[in-house]
Design a protein. Structure first.
Lengths: 432, 141
């Protein structure tokens, strides 16, 4: 099923015209409403009038996560706060979250984007959605909630956690569509297998999974354990949240809502646009956003885009699975983690050497993160409880700053290999 | 009488204890008693050696995290209930034991104890005529 056939199946020439018109307007809009961009334009000798079509997008300045951090919290707002109706925030790089602002219209746009996704998964107003993404600052919960409401479905806003209750309500309420992270879906799949009711008593048919990278292998597992069809939903909070992209029934790449969020593939080193179909860094430009529009936002996600019409009838561009990142950010259990954040935390603790090794793995489909740190010789004591206390204290500090539980492992002084050049600080054993 | 015990931080990985004993062996230091406290991630090796100062030096040079800790050694008869008698002396005076290790040898048992208050512990044991071990005797066991 297709939610908005006019846009989703639009002739690409016509789509390009719309994108051009919107970009021209957007360049003018940010010039007059976002001081950050006006300054950038002026530094580059660029005027809003220089942007005449979508082809001129290459003239526009880039935006990086650092810019969002530097303008924390509301520096990139293009409207007065009286027009902002929603504030979301995601984990940032140094403890400060990255803030995103939505006007009423931005929320409507976002809901429209997610409605296209849900409809592509076969959902409609007869469906009962169980939204088991976290509700809160994270865009997953409320985003899925608003999208499901928009298509007229019934929403169970259960949020994440409390697995027993999830299963009970899924059974009693007759949930047909489950939205959550793929790793939580694995848990739910196990719980479903062990629960008191046979599978026939459940009406679950579709899973909408996102916010974490996952694989085809996991899809097979999830579909088997939950007895459903599993779809990927792509998003990042800086651009909107879930619904920036979605799979159709062909599951042949992720369609991007490019009438709102214009994608480019760039050479991650030079920032130059790459030819169609090449593998490079995904970058988005808001074409319609009011609250906090971003130009050429570098996602650091590496992928490729394909423009041929899809067998489902949609003409919206298709994105390959994200194959990696061109910075050192890790996504662990849905949380963005930068090695520099860990370093910061460790440096603030006098008992540890500034060397560490983070080992990320995936056990039973859940990410594990173990952090090896060296205790300074002077702080080594004969007392086991003091030593365990050091370990616990660092674990608590990491949890509060990064928002993720790490298993801290104390190692001997010089127990972590020193390297001449760039230190090897992360070992990611996950097979994605 | 207080004796010096070595405490060595050990990562929980195979071969680590062998390395410690190799270093001590090469330096001609003999181990007379030892115990390992551990949790799942790391351990603390506590040992009494023939020459604590030398052992400390060589282990430091081999980059081990090592500390010298004072402990008390005493002897008690190797008969049932004997240890309980000694421990009761301590508990009655409110002296806590952080850890201890011991080994029986014929008629007697040698006990190494790390109390919270070393001086008080020593005093109590002396008063109660418990046979304390001179540090050197402990080192040469």
């Amino acid at each position: 099923m297709i939610w908005n056939e006019t846009v989703e199946c639009m002739d690409r020439e016509q789509l390009r015209e719309i994108q051009s018109r919107r970009l021209v307007k957007m360049a003018e809009y940010v010039y007059y409403n976002t001081p950050f961009y006006r300054k950038k334009f002026q530094e580059m000798g660029l005027e809003p009038g220089d942007i005449k079509s979508i082809d001129d997008i290459v003239k526009l300045p880039f935006t990086n996560k650092l810019d969002l951090r530097d303008n924390y919290p509301f520096g990139l707002a293009a409207v007065p706060m009286s027009q902002i109706v929603r504030i979301h925030a995601s984990s940032g790089t140094t403890g400060k979250p990255v803030v995103v602002l939505y006007t009423r219209k931005d929320l409507a746009t976002w809901s429209e984007a997610i409605s296209r996704a849900f409809t592509a998964y076969g959902a409609g107003k007869e469906d009962i959605f169980q939204v088991a993404y976290g509700y809160g600052l994270f865009t997953g919960g409320l985003g899925a909630h608003d999208g499901a409401t928009n298509i007229g479905a019934s929403v169970i806003p259960i949020s994440s956690g409390n697995t027993q209750k999830q299963i009970t309500l899924m059974h009693d309420f007759g949930t047909t569509i489950l939205c959550c992270t793929p790793s939580y879906a694995m848990f739910l799949g196990e719980a479903l297998g062990e629960c008191e009711w046979p599978r026939e008593e459940f009406k679950l048919k579709v899973g909408v999974f996102g916010a974490e990278p996952w694989t085809e292998k996991m899809r097979v597992k999830l579909e088997a354990s939950l007895g459903i069809k599993a779809y990927d939903i792509y998003g990042l909070s800086e651009i909107a949240g879930p619904g920036v992209g979605y799979e159709c029934e062909c599951q042949h790449g992720t369609h991007l809502n490019e009438d709102y969020y214009y994608p480019e593939i760039l050479d991650p080193n030079t920032g130059e646009p790459l030819p169609e179909g090449s593998f490079g860094e995904l970058t988005f430009t808001h074409l319609t956003k009011e609250g906090m529009p971003l130009l050429r936002y570098r996602t650091h996600d590496l992928t490729a885009l394909h423009y041929e019409k899809c067998a489902c009838g949609r003409t919206l561009v298709r994105m390959d699975r994200i194959l990696g990142r061109c910075d050192d950010m890790l996504i662990i259990r849905g949380v963005n983690v930068f090695p520099s954040q860990i370093e910061d935390v460790i440096l603030k603790q006098k008992e540890f050497e500034p060397h560490f090794l983070l080992i990320v793995d995936r056990v039973n489909n859940t990410d594990t993160s173990e952090l090896k740190v060296e205790v300074k010789e002077d702080y080594f004591t004969d007392d086991m409880s003091t030593m365990v206390g050091l370990q616990k204290k660092l674990e608590a500090e990491l949890r509060s700053v990064i928002g993720l539980g790490f298993k801290v492992r104390l190692v001997e002084p010089k127990g972590i290999e020193r390297s001449e050049g760039k230190a090897k600080r992360v070992i990611d054993k996950r097979q994605l | 009488m207080k004796a010096k015990q070595l405490s060595i931080f050990l990562e929980n990985k195979s071969g680590r204890l062998t390395e410690v004993t190799d270093v001590l062996g090469e330096a001609g230091v003999n181990l007379s008693a030892m115990s390992i406290a551990d949790n799942s991630d790391f351990g603390i090796l506590r040992c009494i050696v023939s020459d604590p100062e030398k052992a400390y030096q060589v282990l430091k040079e081999a980059h081990f995290a090592v500390k010298i800790t004072d402990v008390i050694g005493f002897v008690c008869p190797n008969t049932s209930g004997s240890l309980a008698v000694v421990l009761r002396y301590l508990s009655q005076k409110g002296i806590f034991i952080e850890y201890m290790y011991s080994f029986a040898n014929g008629d007697v048992a040698h006990v190494v104890i790390r109390p919270t208050d070393l001086d008080a512990c020593e005093r109590v044991l002396e008063e109660k005529k418990v046979e304390l071990m001179a540090a050197n005797d402990l080192y040469q066991l």
